[in-house]
Design a protein around this ligand. Structure first.
Ligand SMILES: *[C@@H]1O[C@H](CO)[C@@H](O)[C@H](O)[C@H]1NC(C)=O
Ligand SMILES: *[C@@H]1O[C@H](CO)[C@@H](O)[C@H](O)[C@H]1NC(C)=O
Ligand SMILES: *[C@@H]1O[C@H](CO)[C@@H](O)[C@H](O)[C@H]1NC(C)=O
Ligand SMILES: *[C@@H]1O[C@H](CO)[C@@H](O)[C@H](O)[C@H]1NC(C)=O
Ligand SMILES: *[C@@H]1O[C@H](CO)[C@@H](O)[C@H](O)[C@H]1NC(C)=O
Ligand SMILES: *[C@@H]1O[C@H](CO)[C@@H](O)[C@H](O)[C@H]1NC(C)=O
Ligand SMILES: *[C@@H]1O[C@H](CO)[C@@H](O)[C@H](O)[C@H]1NC(C)=O
Ligand SMILES: *[C@@H]1O[C@H](CO)[C@@H](O)[C@H](O)[C@H]1NC(C)=O
Ligand SMILES: *[C@@H]1O[C@H](CO)[C@@H](O)[C@H](O)[C@H]1NC(C)=O
Ligand SMILES: *[C@@H]1O[C@H](CO)[C@@H](O)[C@H](O)[C@H]1NC(C)=O
Ligand SMILES: *[C@@H]1O[C@H](CO)[C@@H](O)[C@H](O)[C@H]1NC(C)=O
Length: 477
């Protein structure tokens, strides 16, 4: 078939590891760097926009305005002929409205208001200097006609659709090359009505990769706040090749069995701040990514300066926060703080594989509370999940500098499972003040191809993390 994806494999969650046979004997690539890596917390982008004062405990400074930017013109979708009856298609109306409002991009910007009602629509694009505002009781409903989600080019850093070869369905709400975009309101709802798409996935008749609920590409200065997003066909919010993105005060829900309905996936993006979100879904609540194997390596767009703070929720087969598994452009300077996860497969998970290349570096994870999480901390590799035969078995990821502190996990099932990659050990893994309760004895950690240091950790960590001399880089916080 020439397709390395098995039907369930873009769900990179709790599947048992697949074949690890082929390349075991090949290539020991040693990273010989002994450099010391102090971990600091990211406190904001290096150049906050428009002289915004930076509050280290909030996303202020990531988006170039204090509060919501004022727009010169505001109009309602009803003024463009929209009908909010839950039946009439408003696809052309939304497209027409945005085309009209584009004209105000250089004249003080514009705001499109969506009043109370149920507004069915297919995919539409946003524009720059623009606010989409959902009033209280406003519900945007994703069209049930796949043709209303046209096919667009695959992302260059993935080389193909994530689930199927070739192009992919566009997201319901889309933007490319934009600046200064706000999607907000009075807790209005955008409901992707993804059930049809999940069924296509389950019954294996999906032809092209599913669309996201909201995807912004090559854009900067984005704010998504104070809304409820429901039932995305695929990953819910996907900023890719973006910078200065704030996502806050969001409720993101999908059925717990809905495939690949990740909450928020910053991908090859920098200066992203996610805070105060409640997420319940069938996949990772937040997953930081940066492209897939040889395509991600070639495009080389890292994700860096990412803050994830005060996020809570549940995902029974996946993780609270995932890093990877697509990480081929590199991921660094990620701060995860104040995460609450329950009834989930993992709390924090770092996923990589041979063929990915790239790096994961300077990751700080602290103040995590978990309840009934099966494997609270998990590093994993190898699901044989590659875009095509062109992946490079010599492209090892480099994972270095993961600092995990102040973690309490209650009613856990397993001790941490920390599996690096043969020939590319994960280095400088530092755990401090980590307490995992509820385990049945012998409470043994599973560690392989990792090295680092642990202190104030219960139950007793694996040998690879014990007394390894170079503990001083761990004392940063
Ligand atoms: C957006 O507004 C800013 C400030 O008014 C202006 O400088 C910029 O050119 C506008 N951008 C677009 C794409 O309309
Ligand atoms: C939306 O933008 C994409 C490119 O990002 C384009 O392919 C598509 O045709 C646009 N859709 C509309 C309705 O303009
Ligand atoms: C968020 O939504 C709530 C509930 O509708 C509203 O009262 C509040 O003003 C909104 N906040 C912002 C910052 O828009
Ligand atoms: C917004 O609506 C959702 C869904 O109804 C609800 O769970 C959430 O509490 C609301 N958020 C706010 C801030 O009112
Ligand atoms: C698969 O699911 C889709 C969406 O619900 C449905 O239209 C289609 O008939 C199903 N196909 C099969 C073979 O079950
Ligand atoms: C990690 O942090 C160190 C020190 O803060 C810095 O020198 C290094 O460039 C960072 N690495 C990456 C990949 O960002
Ligand atoms: C990561 O943070 C460190 C320390 O703040 C900084 O030196 C480095 O340049 C950052 N790396 C990136 C890729 O932003
Ligand atoms: C973790 O929580 C403690 C106590 O609430 C707080 O003092 C500390 O600043 C938090 N850590 C980070 C990195 O925010
Ligand atoms: C250890 O972590 C717990 C849970 O986050 C926190 O309450 C406690 O203050 C931490 N202890 C130290 C010494 O930092
Ligand atoms: C969960 O943990 C608490 C406190 O350790 C314990 O009392 C309770 O029995 C545990 N529940 C289960 C189902 O293991
Ligand atoms: C300490 O780390 C080095 C690599 O940095 C590794 O070779 C060694 O096995 C580690 N020691 C223990 C006791 O795990």
């Amino acid at each position: 078939m020439g397709n390395f994806i098995n039907p369930s494999s873009s769900s990179s969650c709790s599947r048992p590891l697949l074949l690890f046979l082929a390349f075991l004997a090949i290539l020991l690539l040693q990273f010989s760097s002994k450099s010391v890596f102090p971990i600091r917390f990211v406190s904001g982008p290096s150049r906050p926009g428009d002289d915004v004062p930076v509050d280290p405990r909030s996303c202020a400074g990531f988006f170039g305005h204090v509060g919501l930017p004022r727009r010169k013109v505001a109009m309602s979708i009803a003024e463009f002929g929209g009908v909010g009856d839950g039946k009439t298609s408003n696809t052309e109306t939304f497209r027409k409205a945005v085309r009209y409002m584009q004209g105000f991009g250089h004249k003080g910007g514009s705001q499109l208001n969506v009043p109370k009602g149920k507004w069915v629509t297919g995919s539409f694009n946003l524009t720059s200097n623009f606010t989409l505002f959902l009033e209280e009781g406003a519900v945007i409903l994703g069209s049930q006609d796949p043709k209303e989600w046209p096919i667009i080019e695959p992302l260059p850093s993935y080389g193909r659709g994530r689930e199927r070869l070739g192009g992919r369905h566009i997201s319901l709400i889309h933007g490319d090359g934009l600046t200064n975009v706000v999607i907000t309101g009075q807790n209005g709802t955008i409901d992707g009505q993804g059930k049809m798409w999940w069924e296509l996935w389950w019954n294996r008749t999906l032809e092209h990769t599913r669309g996201h609920l909201v995807e912004l590409m090559n854009s900067n200065n984005i704010l998504i706040s104070n809304l409820t997003f429901l039932n995305s066909p695929f990953w819910t919010i996907h900023p890719v090749y973006c910078s200065n993105v704030v996502i806050k005060d969001m409720t993101i829900l999908a059925p717990l069995n809905a495939p690949n309905t990740d909450g928020i996936d910053p991908d090859s993006s920098t200066n992203v701040c996610i805070e105060d979100c409640y997420i319940e879904s069938g996949d990772d609540l937040v997953a930081v990514k940066s492209g897939w194997d040889q395509y991600g390596i070639t495009i080389a767009r890292p994700s860096s300066n990412i803050i994830v703070r005060r996020v809570s929720g549940t995902t029974p087969t996946c993780s609270g926060v995932g890093i990877g598994s697509e990480m081929s452009g590199g991921i660094s300077n990620v701060t995860i703080d104040d995460l609450h996860v329950w009834d989930s497969a993992a709390g924090v998970r770092i996923k990589s594989d041979k063929g990915r290349g790239g790096y994961i570096a300077n990751i700080s994870i602290s103040n995590i509370t978990m309840k009934r999480v099966k494997i609270p901390i998990r590093f994993s590799r190898g699901a044989n999940d590659h875009p095509d035969e062109g992946w490079d078995p010599k492209a090892f990821p480099k994972v270095k500098g993961i600092f995990i502190s102040n973690v309490v996990s209650l009613n856990s099932t397993k001790a941490p499972v920390l599996q690096g990659i043969k020939g590319a050990s994960f280095e400088e893994i530092c755990l401090k003040n980590v307490t995992i309760l509820g385990l049945a004895p012998p409470r043994t950690w599973q560690c392989e191809f990792i090295s680092g240091f642990a202190s104030e950790v219960f139950p007793m960590p694996c040998l690879q993390l014990q007394n390894n001399g170079s503990s001083f880089w761990c004392s940063y916080s």
